[in-house]
Write a protein of this length. Structure first.
Length: 261
């Protein structure tokens, strides 16, 4: 009788192992982080300023170079890749920035379309010659983020919330396997912050793109994330559902009972 072998488990989209980052020798900002990020929904990374949240997010796509450890993307260690190979893999890792990182003199449509530059030949990228299907996708995304009517406006004419929506649309234009968001709400007012998190939640639900978001706002993290990573002192001190974030856990993450003041 034939024995049925168990199906091989696919590697997590993003997994880090023993990740260390030192900006100054002997002073680690990340202290051996190891975690396999969930492949669905929003994962929120919370913790006090200076604990390494942004460094963790930026190490994942090597905007910051790790000092040691592995960063596995579909099982491939990004740390060991050449610059050329890294560019190929980065196409499938979308990034949303705190300060938007738009090209201010370009239109909203041009900024969104720039998410496809990594898929064009060097000559077409230089001339910004996008195929019709990319233009159609950009219109669809502008409609999704509620900015189709602003397609021909320059990015510097937009509000902060509108710029962040453009940044999200640009990241999704890459057709990424995962979306990283580095403090996407910290420059926004409370109402707009909720709207941006609602948009990220909608994207992960409808397009099945997992999102890792570094966020200071604990109530927003608890409201929108299905999984929370709490960091303190460059290490993970909590990992689990938002419902597990008791006062004791939050005091451990933020270092005392007065962290909300």
């Amino acid at each position: 009788m034939a024995v049925t072998q168990p199906a091989a488990t696919a590697p997590a989209t993003i997994e880090v192992r023993g990740l260390i980052k030192e900006y100054r020798r002997g002073t680690p900002v990340l202290r051996g982080i190891s975690i396999a990020f969930p492949d669905r929904g929003i994962t929120a990374v919370i913790g006090p300023s200076g604990t390494g949240k942004s460094t963790l997010i930026r190490c994942i796509n090597r905007l910051v170079e790790p000092t040691a450890g592995e960063i596995l993307f579909h099982g491939v260690d990004l740390v060991r890749l050449s610059r050329k190979a890294l560019r190929q893999h980065r196409r499938r890792i979308g990034m949303v920035f705190q300060e938007y990182n738009l090209v201010e003199r370009l239109t909203v449509m041009e900024n969104v379309l720039s998410g496809r530059l990594g898929y064009l030949s060097s000559w077409k990228a230089f001339l910004r010659r996008y195929p019709p299907q990319d233009i159609a996708m950009a219109w669809d995304l502008l409609d999704t983020v509620g900015l189709a009517q602003y397609a021909n406006q320059r990015a510097d004419a937009l509000s902060g919330g509108q710029r962040q929506r453009v940044g999200i649309a640009r990241a999704v234009m890459q057709q990424p396997d995962i979306l990283l968001a580095d403090e996407p709400t910290s420059s926004l007012d409370p109402k707009t912050s909720v709207e941006i998190m609602e948009l990220l939640s909608s994207i992960t639900d409808t397009r099945h793109i997992p999102v890792i978001v570094n966020i200071h706002n604990v109530p927003l993290a608890k409201r929108f994330a299905g999984h929370v990573i709490g960091m303190a002192g460059g290490a993970i001190v909590y990992e689990g559902p938002p419902g597990g974030l008791t006062d004791d856990q939050l005091n451990r993450i933020y270092g005392g009972e007065n962290w909300q003041e």
